[in-house]
Design a protein around this ligand. Structure first.
Ligand code: FEO
Length: 405
C-alpha cells in the first residue's frame, strides 16, 4: 500500500489489519480492516486521524509519509475525529516525536486525550462550525456527530475540495489495497464491501442508529463531493451511495428491515436440529429468503449482521438445565446489546424432562419490542405432529413478514 494523492495536496495513507486479530477484541475480521489516515498539506500541515499502535501499522504509515517527503515531525496539527484506539493508539508516540504538534479534538475528546494518554499540552478544543485555515486554499471545518459511535465523535470537512473525513461513519470492514476509490473497484468488490459494511454497522454502530440518523441529517447542509472514511474505500464518484446505505441500515432499528428471516440454532444431541429442516421448509414455502447460523459454531458477528437486516428471526434451541441453551442465550444477549429490536420472532426446541428455555427466553427478550409467536416445543424426540407444527409456524412467520409494509 502506498500514499495516494486523492486531490491536490490531500493524501490517503493507511494500513490493513489482517489475520487472527479480533476487532475491538470481539469481532472476527477474516478479510481484514483498513485503517485510513489523511494528510492535508496547506501552508500548515494536518494529519487527520491516526492509526492503532498494533504490530507494524505505525511503521507502514511512517514509510508512506516518507514517500511524500513527510514525517510526523513535519505536522502542525493532528485532528482526532474519534478517540477509539484504532484511530488514536499511535498518538502517544506521535506526541513524543513532535511535542509541539497541536491536537484538535472536541471537548469530550480532550478529556479522553488526557485520560488515555496524559496529554494536556497543545490540545485545541473545537465545536461544530469551527474552522481551521491551513493556508494555500485548505480550510478545515469541524462538525460534531456525537455517539457515532462514541460521545466525542466529530467529522472534518475540507471546504475547498469538499471532502468529508468521516472517520467511523460510512466505514466498513474489509482490507483495501491500492484501489481505494469507489470508481476503481469491480462490481464483485462493491458487493464484498456492501456485505462488510452491513457487518461493520451491525457489530459496531447499530446501537447508535438514531445518532447515525441525526448525523446524516446534520451533514445534509454540507456539499459533499467525496467521503473519505477511516475504514474502507473512498467514495469519490458517488458518495450518495454510502450515505443512503448508512441511512437505510440505521432505519432497520425500527424494524424497517428486509423481508427475510434469520434462523439461529443450536442442538445438544440432534433432537432440535432435526426440526430445523421443517421450520426452514415452512419459511421457504412462502418464498421468503432464509439465512441459517449455528451456535456456537458460527461466529455471532455474522448472525448479528443477518438479523440486523431481517424482519424475522427464529431461534432453535433445547432447554438446558431448566434454561436456554447457553450458546443461544449468548446470541440473544448480543442481539439485545446491539438493539436488534422490533422483529417478528419465534422459538422452537426440545426438552428432556421439563421445559424452561421459553420462560427464560420471554424474560430475556421482554424489552426488545419483539412480536413473539407461539413457540414449538416437544419432549424428547419430535413427532410427525411436532414437525408439522414447526413447518406451520415457519410458514406463519414468513407470511407475516411478507404482509408487513
Ligand atoms: Fe474505528 Fe470507533 O473506531
Amino acid at each position: 500500500m502506498k500514499a495516494i494523492e486523492i486531490v491536490d495536496g490531500i493524501y490517503r495513507i493507511g494500513a490493513n489489519i489482517v489475520g487472527d486479530y479480533l476487532f475491538e477484541g470481539i469481532w472476527t475480521i477474516p478479510d481484514g480492516v483498513s485503517l485510513n489516515s489523511y494528510v492535508v498539506v496547506g501552508e500548515k500541515k494536518a494529519l487527520i486521524d491516526l492509526v492503532q499502535d498494533y504490530e507494524d501499522v505505525p511503521g507502514v504509515i511512517k514509510k508512506q509519509l516518507e514517500s511524500i517527503s513527510l514525517s510526523i515531525e513535519d505536522f502542525d496539527y493532528i485532528v482526532i475525529n474519534h478517540m477509539e484506539p484504532d484511530h488514536s493508539g499511535w498518538l502517544q508516540e506521535c506526541h513524543r516525536l513532535n511535542p509541539d504538534v497541536k491536537i484538535i479534538v472536541t471537548k469530550k475528546g480532550a478529556e479522553m486525550v488526557e485520560s488515555f494518554f496524559g496529554i494536556t499540552k497543545n490540545v485545541i478544543i473545537v465545536k461544530s462550525g469551527d474552522t481551521l485555515d491551513l493556508g494555500n486554499g485548505k480550510e478545515l471545518l469541524f462538525e460534531e456527530i456525537p455517539n457515532v459511535h462514541w460521545p466525542e465523535t466529530m467529522v472534518t470537512y475540507e471546504k475547498n475540495s469538499q471532502i468529508l473525513f468521516s472517520c467511523d461513519a460510512f466505514g466498513s470492514f474489509g482490507k483495501i489495497e491500492d484501489e481505494i476509490f469507489d470508481d476503481h473497484i469491480s462490481d464483485e468488490k462493491h458487493a464484498f464491501f456492501e456485505k462488510e459494511t452491513l457487518r461493520y454497522f451491525a457489530n459496531i454502530v447499530s446501537s447508535f442508529s438514531k445518532s447515525v440518523q441525526r448525523a446524516i441529517k446534520k451533514l445534509e447542509d454540507l456539499s459533499i463531493k467525496m467521503i473519505a472514511p477511516s475504514h474502507g474505500i473512498i467514495w469519490r464518484e458517488n458518495p450518495k451511495v454510502i450515505i443512503e446505505r448508512y441511512n437505510k441500515l440505521a432505519c432497520y432499528i425500527d424494524g424497517l428491515a428486509e423481508p427475510e428471516i434469520t434462523v439461529v440454532w443450536g442442538s445438544m444431541y440432534g433432537n432440535t436440529k432435526k426440526v430445523l429442516r421443517s421450520v426452514v421448509e415452512g419459511i421457504r414455502s412462502e418464498n421468503v429468503p432464509v439465512h441459517i447460523f449455528q451456535a456456537p459454531d458460527d461466529d455471532v458477528s455474522y448472525a448479528l449482521a443477518s438479523a440486523w437486516k431481517s424482519k424475522g428471526i427464529v431461534f432453535g434451541m433445547p432447554t438446558y438445565e431448566y434454561k436456554m441453551f447457553p450458546p443461544i442465550a449468548h446470541v440473544i444477549d448480543m442481539f439485545s446489546r446491539k438493539h436488534i429490536w422490533n422483529r417478528k420472532v419465534f422459538r422452537f426446541g426440545s426438552y428432556g424432562w421439563s421445559g424452561g428455555a421459553q420462560k427464560e427466553f420471554d424474560s430475556m427478550t421482554e424489552k426488545m419490542k419483539w412480536d413473539i409467536l407461539e413457540p414449538v416445543e416437544w419432549c424428547g424426540k419430535a413427532s410427525e405432529e411436532d414437525h408439522q407444527r414447526a413447518y406451520e409456524r415457519g410458514k406463519e412467520l414468513a407470511r407475516l413478514i411478507k404482509s408487513e409494509k
